[in-house]
Design a protein around this ligand. Structure first.
Ligand SMILES: [Zn+2]
Ligand SMILES: [Zn+2]
Length: 596
């Protein structure tokens, strides 16, 4: 249950009713064109709806014609009327519709009430169209803007998603309250396509997915690996400067470990099958926590040792269905900028605040300033679904809330019941350059593992206590973060993080020597660059560097060589003219330092 801060009050009919009503009208228009088509289902989806038809094939021009006819029908002010029917009545209505008959039987078996929606034109005679449906619908299509919908595509889809069933033709449509919203959405879609990190990943030679290696397992080419390395270094160095210590643990652990942590129980679905080593079972790690706990338990701990903050760029493996895999944003193996904080109850609020502050700093450095925070707490009516003592939950929820408020996140929303079964958490979403929201950071309490592993520390009175444990990952998964970030900046990385910060291009072979000199000088200053000294024309090499979205292109010829300078072209700004090499280096280093 989500409670957004300022809920929008609907003025006209609900978008759900609009989308669903258009889907019926599209079905009517499709039946007019293909009277023998058999009706599947026609639900609403994000941004629109679809309708499935048992029919041989639908082509692009059919789609255009159906869209045009549906628009005409919408303008006629068709009326929707609900009728509750008995299974026998429903069977009579849908006697020529085998898929609908199947649904009627199912609903009958589940003892669910049956209803149909009838669509009429102005006259109250026979309905134009009847669908098995529980609504909601608009009263009349005059409530719908006929220009605010669009049929977008046709795709094959098995009845009920089961490949043993017949293949149906699915018509997808978009629908919004107004034409403006539809247009905005289409513009955003086109922009999102241009920014697609899978497309940019290939064009900019960042990463690849190889069928021979396997799905959901991205491989990083030199530029992508460099980008990943720079992101990782920035995050890690920031953590180390802020009281974290670096730890390192293996990618696999024995089944005993995962049994004790409980993962083979509650996390089984996300883990890969065990494999044997010398008669003992091992599993790929889906999380780093149990291994960090082993490090904690390597010696007795006192309150003086706390808080402990341990970070690891930990690579974990989690099962994702092949159908859900997507570029870098949904993969089967990924590296988290993970950390675990072990502390006392007195320290917890301050620790959460520090983690929030770090989150703002880290995400801000990448240009994500617009953060949306969400506090997931236990559903007090379903305490049985969550482990841990009432007083611990109360303390943890209070600490998270206080930290959010003190850090200025006053507009956070509550997700009641959204907590993990082992503790409450804060999730943070960012808005990207085209307004899409991505969940990246998470700060989570854990009441499960400290007790499963019997973790302790000795307090000031010499008594054994259980430490509090917090998991936190600020970028989340580095792979996913990279996918989001590539789309956020559309592949045009700011100079501080760009895998190639500058390209040196000699105007002709004669100046290769000076170009090498420039390259050596920049490299000595830790600047990442490439030299394009091929036989290709100057224009072509400049074009290549521009296509690669390199922040700086440095062109060198006779004048530059004589004056020990470079002609600078800056991405997005064009030709800036000649600049003494030393001055260029000094300015560039400042720009990198400032992370502009
Ligand atoms: Zn309906
Ligand atoms: Zn963890």
């Amino acid at each position: 249950m989500k409670k957004p801060a300022g809920e929008k009050i609907a003025k006209g009919p609900s978008l759900e009713a609009v989308r669903h009503s258009i889907s019926h009208v599209v079905a009517l228009a499709t039946l007019e064109r293909f009277p023998k088509a058999k009706l599947g289902i026609g639900p609403t989806i994000e941004n629109g709806f679809y309708y499935d038809f048992g029919i041989k094939e639908i082509f692009e021009d059919d789609l255009k014609a159906i869209e045009g006819r549906a628009r005409e029908l919408l303008k006629q002010g068709l009326r929707f009327k609900k009728e509750v029917v008995t299974p026998a009545e429903a069977k009579k209505i849908f006697k020529d519709q085998p898929f609908k008959l199947e649904l009627v039987d199912e609903l009958k078996k589940q003892k669910k009430p049956l209803s149909v929606y009838k669509t009429y034109d102005k006259s109250p005679k026979d309905p134009l169209f009847i669908d098995l449906c529980s609504g909601p619908h608009v009263k009349s299509t005059s409530e719908i803007d006929p220009e605010a919908f669009k049929l977008t595509s046709i795709a094959g889809a098995y009845w009920k998603g089961d490949e043993k069933n017949p293949m149906l033709q699915r018509i997808y449509g978009l629908a919004f309250d107004s034409k403006k919203e539809l247009d905005d959405y289409l513009i955003m879609q086109a922009e999102a396509e241009k920014r697609d990190h899978r497309k940019l990943g290939a064009e900019l030679e960042l990463f690849m997915i190889s069928d021979e290696v396997g799905q959901g397992l991205p491989l990083f080419l030199p530029k992508g690996a460099r980008l990943k390395h720079e992101i990782m270094n920035f995050a890690l160095n920031t953590y180390l400067k802020n009281g974290y210590e670096l730890v390192n643990t293996p990618h696999i652990g024995s089944e005993k470990l995962w049994d004790r942590s409980g993962h083979t129980g509650f996390y089984k679905e996300s883990m890969y099958s065990p494999f044997g080593i010398e008669g003992e079972n091992y599993l790929l790690k889906p999380m780093n926590c149990p291994l960090h706990i082993q490090l904690y338990k390597s010696k007795p701990r006192s309150y003086r040792d706390l808080p402990i903050r341990w970070t690891e760029m930990g690579t974990v493996y989690r099962y994702e269905r092949s159908g859900t895999l997507h570029g870098l944003t949904r993969v089967r193996g990924f590296t988290q900028d993970d950390a675990h904080i072990f502390c006392t109850p007195e320290q917890i609020e301050d620790e959460v605040k520090k983690a929030l502050k770090l989150t703002m700093y880290i995400l801000g450095a990448f240009g994500f300033k617009d953060l949306e925070t969400n506090l997931s707490i236990r559903d007090p009516k379903k305490k049985g679904d969550f482990i841990g003592a009432d007083k611990d939950w109360a303390m943890a929820e209070k600490a998270l809330k206080a930290a959010l408020e003190e850090m200025g996140f006053n507009d956070f929303s509550y997700d009641v019941g959204g907590a993990a079964f082992y503790g409450p958490k804060i999730d943070i979403k960012v808005s990207d350059a085209i307004g899409r929201k991505w969940q990246l950071s998470t700060i989570q309490f854990d009441f499960n593992e400290p007790s499963r592993f019997d973790m302790t520390y000795v307090d000031q009175q010499g008594k054994e206590q259980r430490p509090l444990m917090v998991h936190r990952a600020l970028l989340g998964s580095l792979e996913r973060f990279m996918g989001v970030y590539i789309e956020h900046v559309a592949g045009a990385f700011p100079v501080w993080i760009a895998p190639v910060q500058a390209v040196v291009i000699p105007v002709s072979e004669k100046f290769n020597g000076y170009a090498e000199e420039v390259k050596a000088k920049l490299e000595a200053e830790d600047i990442r660059l490439e030299l394009y000294s091929s036989a290709e024309t100057l224009g072509r090499r400049i074009r290549t560097a521009e296509m690669q979205k390199v922040p700086y292109i440095l062109i060198v010829g006779d004048a530059e060589m004589k004056s020990q300078s470079v002609s600078v072209r800056k991405r997005g700004e064009g030709d800036l003219g000649p600049k003494p090499l030393d001055a260029f280096i000094a300015d560039l280093k400042q720009e990198i330092k400032d992370r502009k």
